[in-house]
Design a protein around this ligand. Structure first.
Ligand SMILES: Cc1cc2nc3c(=O)[nH]c(=O)nc-3n(C[C@H](O)[C@H](O)[C@H](O)COP(=O)(O)OP(=O)(O)OC[C@H]3O[C@@H](n4cnc5c(N)ncnc54)[C@H](O)[C@@H]3O)c2cc1C
Length: 411
């Protein structure tokens, strides 16, 4: 049995490793256009590689996928985050779970994750075709012929398409797999960037660029989208895990300068508006002669307090707080609970993943085999699956790669 795996990213690497470790005879031909394996794995998590999530309950983890969670159920139960951790640790990569439940190599080096595969592939059953780009895949009903741009075609019994999405194209993931899948009878759902920073019409975030919050609720009411988590202001808008997750939820909502979407930021998601109002009133009563600007600076940073007073149009924010009307105090609290911003763009080209991909109803979720073309398998981001930040995208790649590897080698 000769199995070609197209793409040496997380999904392709795990598929190849699984074939080697579970089949005694199957031969792997791993085709990768880059000179090295796992380019995206190495840069993921800021170079530290957030291998998976520390959330051990699969059902809870599946909620972190805006698209594809249901489809992933089977592959994730078969290779859940805990098993992924065991697998890497048993292959010589000690891991650590950080407070926010992200899992990293103890060394903080993504290269260590890729090195596991490089060692495993030093085997006569693996042929690595590096610096080779697949141009086309043909199927005659029995065998697959893989046309390469650099050399003669390769003929195999089975193919796993693990070409990733089209985010960070400089890593080699240019979306070629969508065309291969389509040519073999598959539907490709609409594609969109996901997990990106959001740019706002308002320019004031630049004045507080770098101000970060451990937990705020970001929402787009018109899309019924919301996420609570860490975020920060940037020179163009907002970024950080909550902004990324929100961008994933609204990945298919059109935004532009001419048709912005309204976003709200609740800096106090755990407190009701009334409780926050009472808190503000009592701080004013305690320091009646302090300026309202300075009182506000006990809730948020001084620079943000300055911006708030200006944006709220508070006349003379330096006047004593006890001179500020109840109406204005209420407006301040409403602002803290729902800062209005307008999203006009996604951070172009800096998204982490692609939403959309090979339509999931055309792929068997247990085996990852195509329902359209027997012998063809898919794994990883090329599928219509995307998760939030926190290790969920790599986890999906490991799990689907594992399932595709297991079943493709099954005679
Ligand atoms: C900057 C950044 C940081 C990230 N951080 C994290 C993180 O910390 N945790 C997390 O879970 N996820 C993270 N992600 C997302 C995660 O890295 C990806 O979802 C995951 O790596 C996808 O794996 P994949 O194997 O499906 O595809 P890819 O890793 O994209 O691999 C596909 C491979 O196929 C090759 N290829 C494509 N077309 C061809 C062709 N025609 N011929 C030959 N080879 C081809 C490409 O060169 C590439 O190496 C991050 C993404 C980015 C961009």
């Amino acid at each position: 049995m000769r199995i070609a795996i197209i793409g040496g990213g997380a999904a392709g690497l795990m598929a190849a490793a699984t074939i080697l470790e579970t089949s005694e005879t199957a031969k792997v031909i791993l085709i990768e256009r880059n000179p090295d394996l796992g380019k995206k794995v190495k840069i993921s998590g800021g170079g530290r590689c957030n291998v998976t999530t520390g959330i051990q309950d699969v059902r809870t983890a599946l909620f972190r996928y805006p698209r594809g969670g249901k489809f992933l159920t089977s592959a994730m139960h078969a290779f859940p985050p805990g098993s992924v951790m065991e697998w890497f640790e048993s292959h010589g990569v000690p891991l650590k779970i950080e407070d926010d439940l992200r899992v990293f190599p103890k060394s903080d080096h993504g290269e260590d994750v890729v090195r596991v595969f490089e060692r495993l592939f030093d085997s006569p059953r693996v042929q690595l075709l590096m610096k080779m780009s697949v141009a086309e895949i043909l199927h005659d009903g029995k065998e697959f012929t893989i046309a390469l741009k650099e050399q003669d075609p390769v003929v195999v019994d089975r193919v796993i398409i693990a070409t990733g999405g089209q985010a960070y194209r400089q890593t080699g993931s240019t979306g070629d797999g969508y065309a291969f899948a389509a040519s073999l009878g598959h539907t490709i759902t609409p594609l969109a960037p996901s997990l990106s920073a959001l740019h706002t019409k308002e320019s004031w975030p630049a004045e507080v660029s770098g101000s970060s919050f451990a937990s705020a609720r970001l929402s787009v009411p018109s899309a019924k989208a919301e996420y609570t988590g860490p975020f920060l202001f940037t020179h163009k808008g907002v970024s950080g895990p909550a902004a990324f997750a929100l961008s994933a939820q609204v990945a298919f909502v059109p935004v532009s300068v001419n048709s912005p979407i309204e976003m709200r930021i609740d800096l106090y998601p755990e407190q009701s508006i009334d409780a926050l109002y009472e808190d503000l009133v009592s701080r004013v009563a305690y320091h009646p002669k302090k300026s309202i600007e300075n009182i506000l600076a006990t809730f948020v940073s001084k620079s943000l307090a300055d911006v708030f007073c200006r944006e709220l149009g508070l006349a003379n924010s330096r006047r004593p707080a006890n001179e500020v009307s109840k109406k204005d105090l209420r407006r301040i609290v409403e602002w803290l609970k729902g800062i209005p911003l307008h999203v006009i763009a996604r951070g172009g080209g800096d998204e982490f993943v692609t939403a959309g991909g090979v339509a999931l109803d055309e792929v068997d979720p247990k085996t990852l085999e195509s329902k359209k073309c027997p012998g063809l398998f898919f794994a990883g981001e090329v599928l219509d699956i995307d998760g939030y930040t926190g290790g969920f995208n790599l986890q999906a790649s490991w799990a689907t790669g594992r399932a595709a590897g297991l079943t493709s080698a099954d005679v």
